[in-house]
Design a protein around this ligand. Structure first.
Ligand code: ADP
Ligand code: ZN
Length: 722
């Protein structure tokens, strides 16, 4: 036998398929060690054949095969081809996406699933109660994972039986858990008519992609759970994706109580060992539901019956490092390969997805009402210009203060939301105007009063506080705490007895920082939760009856064509946290521009009004989804090298434009807004294109111009243009 091998070196020079001879039982997807030049390197078998085109003396044998069960599922080979073609990354880089990094770097070993099976009936004394139970169980089930038996009956009983020869332990490559019938589906709800109709529409539709547009609290989660349960019952597997930060304790416990060991969580918050174990449970077939953020779309599952992307509009679904894939693209490919449905769910679908639904590419499923027709919370607009005129210079409008007081009095909870992380982030010398900046990155530093230091939000560098200005020696340095901190301080003054929790990037650290905060708030250990974007999504806190949005319009002013869409999404999502259970919810939305049309649509929960308007604007101005924004980034440690590379990139782009001028709406080159990050100088060529027609050629240019000294890469509709 001959194996086609990709060596695990992500470099364009070795981005080829190499042939080796291999044993007859070699399997596609296996990780292997192969001789490569004078070295031994890791690789993957992606194909097998009985013949080879190479002369016999040039064929070398595979040195070693790693795992008995191939690490990669067969589908990976076809996905790898699509990924390399679409995003122009080396084959090895595409394959790496499918493996937990722990595995590649050899930090953890293959964990085989250990099973116990029935051997023979033996006489047992009356006192060996547990052993008799295990034996009875095994007789009925024939075999069972050791972990399951140990949990049910105790490890000692199992080992006792094995010692007596009534059962034995073996390890298994791959099998389905015998508990997959899931008799105990805890927490299952009877679907409402609207939910049942949505489930039926999704299952019956002849379209691959289903866009589930349901207002906040319309019971989308239950729909996902039911769709997953049905596929599991059919013997299939499922992928359930959620945004980076909404893997809440509630979501996890719901999944666990419902699907028990069938659900495996792929999450960056897990330790390396835990992550590997969860991954392996999926690969071995012990678990069949992969739950996680973006990267869980690469879960090692076969026979997939459904893929769900919750909060599909969320920015975290686009990878910001190479390959810069869109999670929805990968999910679509996997859905095609497995011939299953892809569900995109959101209360505020992206303009791009909704347009596809309107044009008939996606099946649109709409849930207009909350569960049991509960009203959506009333949104009260507080015009902050009037507050200032009235002499109220604080962060809280009168309306918000009154509503907060009432909420606290009634024993309910409130969420106070800030649209950005810091108010006055900068540290300024009042004498000369010097602003503290990061030495590695061309950005201003932020003062963090908790650890009393200055931080760079781009590279994480910490700096000591200044007692004197480094420029003029002046001693009038102005520090301002971050926004959330100040809000908490102000709230404490207004409501001295209220218990307040704060959640933002600064308070959330470590493995489960935000779980702790959310759990504590859910357990009503606090009355008010103050936070940023992080608290906007997904959470279901039944006691929250008030949401205050302090600066609703802030994100309208960002220099991004999507700022209107983002603002609409944010207001809708945050408002959706209020009044989810029996008590009626309210929202106080503070703004300096109450007449803005985005806010008007948001206040009236008018998604289609928003969509029609936004789509018309985008079409008229030639912005996505009616065009493609493409940025070719050039970075290098050497400023001159970066600039020189940008020149080459740009002249190739100009040649492309000369060929197809009608495709270009805009093309220019410039310094990136942040000129340097982590010691690398940054330049860019920015363009707007009529369609994706030239995209492949632009990727080609990036690959051609990239060198060891300068990195060149393409970003499509980047979320962040810094
Ligand atoms: P969404 O994800 O659409 O915002 P959720 O799935 O969180 O909404 O559901 C909102 C609330 O309604 C939750 O508290 C959930 O437990 C409840 N719920 C969902 N479906 C049902 C149902 N069929 N019967 C009763 N309550 C339900
Ligand atoms: Zn920095």
């Amino acid at each position: 036998m001959y194996a086609q091998v990709i060596v695990d070196i992500a470099h364009s020079q070795v981005d080829k398929i190499f042939e080796y001879s291999c044993p007859d039982d070699a399997a596609i997807g296996s990780r292997v060690k192969v001789p490569f030049g004078s070295r031994i390197v890791d690789g993957f078998i992606i194909g097998l054949s009985g013949t080879t085109s190479l002369p016999a003396e040039r064929i070398k044998p595979i040195k070693e095969t790693f795992d008995e069960l191939p690490a990669l599922v067969p589908e990976c080979v076809s996905l790898m081809e699509r990924i390399t073609e679409r995003y122009r990354v080396p084959k090895a880089a595409a394959l790496r996406l499918f493996l937990p990094s722990e595995m590649r770097l050899g930090k953890v070993r293959e964990a085989r699933v250990r099973y116990v099976r029935f051997v023979k009936e033996i006489p047992l004394t009356a006192s060996a109660v547990k052993q008799r139970e295990v034996l009875a169980f095994l007789k009925e089930n024939i075999e069972s994972p050791l972990s399951v038996l140990s949990e049910k009956f105790g490890r000692g009983a199992v080992e006792g039986l094995v010692k007596k020869g009534a059962a034995d332990i073996f390890s298994k490559r791959r099998t389905r858990s015998p508990f997959s019938d899931m008799k105990e589906r805890a927490g299952e709800k009877i679907p409402t008519a609207a939910q049942a109709a949505a489930i039926e529409s999704a299952e019956k539709s002849d379209k691959r992609v289903q866009l589930l547009h349901g207002v906040t609290g319309s019971g989308k989660t239950e729909i996902y759970m039911q769709l997953i349960a049905r596929q599991i019952a059919l013997g299939k597997s499922a992928i359930f994706l959620v945004p980076e930060i909404s893997l809440t304790p509630q979501m996890l416990s719901q999944l666990r109580s419902r699907f028990k060991g069938e659900a495996a969580i792929l999450h960056s918050g897990l330790s390396a060992g835990e992550r590997f174990d969860e991954w392996w449970r999926l690969r071995s077939g012990e678990a069949r539901i992969a739950v996680g953020a973006r990267s869980a779309v690469f879960a090692p599952l076969e026979n997939i019956g459904i893929i769900i992307i919750d909060e599909e509009h969320d920015g975290s679904y686009v990878s910001e490092s190479a390959p810069r894939y869109s999670t929805a693209d990968i999910a679509k490919w996997r859905a095609e390969y497995n011939d299953c449905k892809l569900i995109l769910g959101s209360a505020t679908p992206s303009v791009e997805s909704y347009l596809k639904a309107e044009e008939g590419e996606y099946n649109l499923i709409t849930l207009k009402d909350r569960i049991n027709k509960k009203p959506l919370p009333e949104i009260i607009i507080a015009d902050m210009r009037k507050e200032v005129k009235r002499g109220n210079a604080s962060s809280f409008s009168l309306a918000l203060r009154e509503e907060l007081a009432e909420t606290l009095e009634e024993g309910n909870q409130a969420i106070v939301f800030l649209n950005r992380r810091g108010y006055s982030q900068t540290v300024i010398c009042r004498d000369c105007g010097y602003v503290a900046k990061c030495g590695n990155c061309d950005v201003t530093l932020t003062y963090h009063s908790e650890d009393g230091c200055l931080k760079c939000h781009y590279c994480g560098a910490k700096y000591r506080m200044l007692d004197a200005c480094p420029e003029c020696g002046g001693r009038h340095i102005l520090y301002n705490g971050t926004g959330t901190q100040r809000v908490v301080a102000d709230l404490k003054k207004l409501f001295p007895s209220a218990r307040i929790l704060r959640m933002d990037n600064d308070t959330v650290s470590g493995k489960d920082g935000h779980y702790r905060i959310l759990k504590s708030f859910a357990a009503k250990e606090a009355d008010i939760l103050v936070g940023t974007q992080m608290i906007a999504k997904g959470h279901d806190f039944p006691s929250v009856t008030l949401v205050g949005i302090l600066d609703a319009d802030m994100s309208l002013h960002f220099a991004d064509y999507r700022s209107g869409e983002r603002t609409f999404q944010l207001i809708t999502q945050v408002s959706g946290r209020s009044g989810r259970a029996d008590a009626k919810g309210k929202v106080v939305l503070q703004t300096y521009c109450p007449e803005n049309y985005i806010l008007r649509y948001a206040v009236n929960y008018d998604y289609s009004g928003f969509f029609e308007n936004e789509a018309a604007v985008r079409r008229a101005t030639g912005f996505p989804p009616y065009s493609l924004i493409c940025r070719v980034m050039v970075t290098s440690q050497d400023d001159g090298e970066a600039l020189e590379t940008l020149r080459r990139v740009y002249s190739s782009l100009e040649a492309l434009r000369a060929e197809k001028p009608q495709e270009f709406i805009f093309l220019n080159r410039m310094h990136s807004p942040i000129k340097k990050i982590q010691g690398r100088y940054r330049y860019q060529a920015l363009m707007r294109l009529k369609s994706e027609e030239l995209l492949a050629k632009i990727y080609d240019i990036a690959v051609e111009c990239s060198s060891d000294d300068a990195l060149v890469y393409v970003e499509e509709n980047p979320a962040n243009l810094s």
